[in-house]
Structures are given as C-alpha cells and as structure tokens.
Design a protein around this ligand. Structure first.
Ligand code: AMP
Ligand code: MG
Length: 494
C-alpha cells in the first residue's frame, strides 16, 4: 500500500483529537515524535475498547494497524509530546518524565469523553536518562491483561488498546522481543507532575496545572471557596476509594511511587503488580521492593504518604500564609485513614452480603481475614464460596474457628430484613470468581512472547472479561497455583 493510502486509512477511523495539554506552559512537555520501528506487527488489538472510543480500528488492515500503534504513521491531528514529571521513587525525589512514552493527544469519544492516547515503549525522549526508551513484549502484554482485568472488575484504570511487536530486540538481562503498548487514560497527570511544577519554584506553574486538572477532572470545584483545598480533598477521596478497591480484590500495585499515582484516580503503570492467592497482608511481588514498602497492607499508608507530597505542592495555593496553608493541608491529609477505612468497610459489607451497618461489622470482616491468613486460605475463592446457601465445601472450612465465624455471620445476616438470596446476589456481584492469577498470567505470557502462541492469552482475556459470573468453562482459571507454580516475584517492571 502506498504511504498516502496508509495515511488516509489511519486518518479515517474516527479520530477526534482535541489536544489541551499542549496549551500548558512549554516547561510541561517536549514536542517529540515516536521513533519508528523496523517491522511492526500486531500482537493484540482491543476492538471492543476501540469501538467504545468511536475508533473503527477493525477497518484497518493488520499492517496499517501495526504502523499506527507502533507510532510509525500517526494520525494528522495527533500532536505528539513527552510529558515532564518528577516523583518520589521508594521515598526519594527524582526528576523523571516520559522516558519511553509519547502522548499522541486527547481523543474525544462520540459521547464527549476525553481520553489520552499514549504509546509506551516508543523510543527515547529527552527524559530517557540511561534508558533505551523501549519496552519488552511480555511486560506490555502483562499491562494489557491486568489493566483489562481491572476494568472488568470495575476498578478505575488506564486501559489497553493495542500491543504491537517492533521487530527489534531490547536488551535487558537477556535479549527480548520489543513491543509498544497503546494506552488509554482519563489523563496521565500524576502526583509527580505537580511535584515537577513545584520544583520549578514558579507558583504560577502549579496554579496553571491545578486549574487545568480542576477543569479536566473536577469541574464542579471551580465554584468552591477554596478550589485547591477541594482539589486535594477530591483527589484524596478518589485515591481512598481506589486503593480500598484494590485491597478488596487482593491487588498489589507493587510500585506506588508518586509518579505512578494519577490525579484522575485511575490505576496506572502496571509493573511488578499481581493479585494475591493465599491471604497474607505482607505479600510483596516486586523484586525491587526489598523492605515491603508497597506490600498489600501498606498500600493505604503509601497512598496517604503520596497524597502528603501532593498537598505540599499545593501549599502556596491553599492559603497566603504558609503556616495556615500547612495546617489546612495537614488537617485534610489526616482524614485519609478514616476515609480509606470507610470505603474499605463499605466494600467488605458488600463482600459479606450486608445491607445494613452494625459497629461490629469491621470485626466480623477482620476475624474472617485472620482465619484466612492462619489457614492459608485463598482470598478470592474463600469469599466466593460464602456466596451460596450451603455451607462452603472443602476440608479448609471444616475448622472450628471458621464454623464459629460462620455462625456469627449467619446471625448477622438474620438481623437484616433483606432475604438471604439478595445477600448472595450482592456477594456475587462483589466477590469475583476470577482474577488474573499470576501463574496463569505468566503461562499465557510465556506462550505469547516465547512461542508466538497468543491463544492462551486470548482465552485468559476472554475469561477475565466476565469475572463475576460462574462459567463452567472458566473453572480452570479459579484454581490457585500449586506450590511449584506459586510465583512470588515479578520482574516485569521494565
Ligand atoms: P516506571 O518504573 O515505568 O514507572 O518508570 C519510571 C521512570 O523511568 C519514568 O520516567 C520512565 O519513563 C522511565 N523509564 C522506564 N523504563 C525506561 C526505558 N526503558 N527507557 C527510558 N526511560 C525509562
Ligand atoms: Mg511510571
């Protein structure tokens, strides 16, 4: 096909670019295009997501789709940039920025929703530092699987539109096939973007960014007496809700650095993340998280710590006198633990089929978790097993402590007017049957990236798109790993 035809095809799939980020001061980004790759090929396309965005990706030939999502041929209305940001990584401040990603622009869906379209693994930028600007295939497919699974689990997240292989190798510990992920996000502005603005020492830069984020994600706050304090409150609210949702499905992000926390409240940057099998609050997956800073149960503390860094950047906007600004920020951030617990408890009540509130509910939930931890019970399967009329099957549950807990829970259910059936329906809608279990994900990734066999990944994705239903054919995905299959670390961060 001629270059002109390729361009015409790419332009005609329904792009509605309306790029607003480029109107921020120039210090916020660098204009730069993706570095073309040698031989792009489609690994996977998300037709359903494309359709919901109003993009007719299905009309493109595979070759053209590969050229598009590799960044070799861009739509005319794209305005490619690399975003500047900073961040606290494991507690240490660093200047960062898109070292291997290019934002093509903001696309408006047919219903007027605005989404960033970004290519990750698209070559070096001025922010690449020592990095090659590239990504390996398995980690990009991993982000695809986990982000799409999170979406199906009703957890706010960036999404994955496509993965293409580049026909080039990347050098990590070994040579690996290179790939690019097309990522869709409400926006890519992070706590670290505010830290970057604050680091410039220019208060007007912080104000511009804050106003931009209010306009884009929290427009109702424009009318508030103190919009910036309300911005802090609102971001905190969304993060408390988000991290509670993570815990409720057993998700561990793995790298909760401030550059990996969005202002929109979406989960972002799936590196060494994973879902827990056996319940253990100390679970860590990341091989670089030596001290368990981001382990399962520390995630709410990490979120609060990150939000405190966010609050610091907003101080000059919160109040003209610094002392008063600090008091306001501290007061707000100190509300986080209760806010988080409220969201978590609300989710736990749903998981336990409770429609009403009793003060003892929190202990009822915690007793169950303590029992799970002591008995190495599978977190997902144990909750799912409760959502039925009959006493759960299996030796695990023929245990004095569990039987006592079950009696107490049954008594609690009886104290509400709702039928048992309605409790079970509530539980089935809140206790997934399926999560992306690490041993299954790794198997699918090995088949795809080492044998070029995408069938296991396609089957896994299909199953994960429907996590709350009991579907017999998907039962194999519900089995926890055998001791040999248990994978405790993921090295997929880069
Ligand atoms: P991450 O660990 O993916 O959140 O990335 C942290 C920072 O490292 C970001 O600024 C990335 O753009 C940058 N980075 C990660 N991998 C690479 C790479 N291969 N080449 C250049 N920059 C990278
Ligand atoms: Mg990151």
């Amino acid at each position: 096909m001629s270059q002109a035809n390729i361009k015409q095809d790419i332009n005609s799939i329904g792009w509605q670019f309306d790029n607003s980020y480029i109107h921020l001061p120039e210090s916020f980004y660098v204009q730069i295009s993706p570095v073309s790759v040698r031989a792009p090929q489609v690994a996977i396309l998300n037709f359903a997501l494309a359709e919901s965005l109003g993009l007719d990706v299905a009309s493109l030939s595979e070759e053209t789709a590969a050229l598009l999502f590799a960044g070799n041929n861009l739509p005319d209305a794209a305005h490619p940039i690399a975003q500047a940001y900073a961040g606290h990584q494991f507690g240490n401040f660093t200047m960062l920025g898109d070292g291997r990603a290019i934002l093509l622009g903001e696309h408006l869906t047919p219903t007027g929703e605005r989404f960033d379209i970004q290519l990750k693994g698209s070559g070096q930028t001025p922010f690449s530092r020592q990095g090659d600007g590239r990504a390996a295939l398995a980690p990009m497919l991993r982000e695809y699987i986990i982000s799409e699974a999170m979406h199906a689990l009703k957890i706010p997240t960036t999404r994955s539109l496509a993965v293409v292989t580049t026909g080039e190798s990347v050098t990590r510990e070994t040579m690996l096939p290179g790939a690019i992920l097309a990522r869709v996000a409400a926006s890519h502005v992070r706590v670290g973007t505010f830290e970057y603005a604050a680091k410039t020492g220019d208060v007007s830069a912080i104000k511009t960014l804050a106003d931009y984020m209010i306009q884009r994600h929290y427009p109702a706050l424009k009318q508030a007496d103190n919009p910036y304090l309300e911005l802090l409150n609102s971001v905190m609210e969304r993060q408390a809700s988000l991290v509670a949702k993570w815990l409720l499905v057993g998700f561990i992000h793995g790298v909760m650095n401030t550059d990996n926390m969005t202002i929109s409240g979406e989960t972002i940057d799936y590196g060494p993340c994973a879902f827990m099998d056996d319940y253990d609050p100390n679970t860590v997956f990341s091989s670089i998280d030596y001290h368990g800073r981001y382990c399962y149960h520390n995630q709410s503390h990490a979120a609060q710590w990150n939000l405190a860094r966010f609050a610091e950047t907003l101080l000059p906007l919160l109040h003209p006198t610094q002392e008063r600004a600090i008091t306001l920020a501290e007061k707000t951030i100190n509300l986080f633990p209760d806010l988080f617990q409220d969201y978590w408890l609300m989710g736990m009540r749903n998981k336990l089929g409770l429609f009403t509130k009793e003060t003892e509910d929190i202990n009822l939930a915690k007793m169950l978790l303590t029992w799970m931890q002591k008995n190495h019970a599978d977190y997902t399967n144990s909750f799912r097993a409760l959502a039925a009329e009959d006493f759960p099957e299996g030796d695990l549950f023929r245990n004095k402590e569990f039987i006592e807990w079950h009696t107490r829970w049954q008594a609690r259910l009886s104290r509400q007017e709702n039928s048992k059936q309605s409790s079970f329906s509530l539980m089935q809608a809140n206790n997934p049957a399926l999560i992306p279990r690490n041993h299954q994900v790794e198997k699918a990734l090995t088949a795809a990236s080492e044998q070029g066999d995408y069938a296991p990944m396609q089957q896994l994705l299909m199953a994960l798109s429907n996590p709350f239903d009991d579907i017999t054919e998907h039962n194999n995905y519900r089995t926890p790993p055998s001791p040999q299959e248990g994978i405790y670390q993921t090295y997929c961060g880069t």
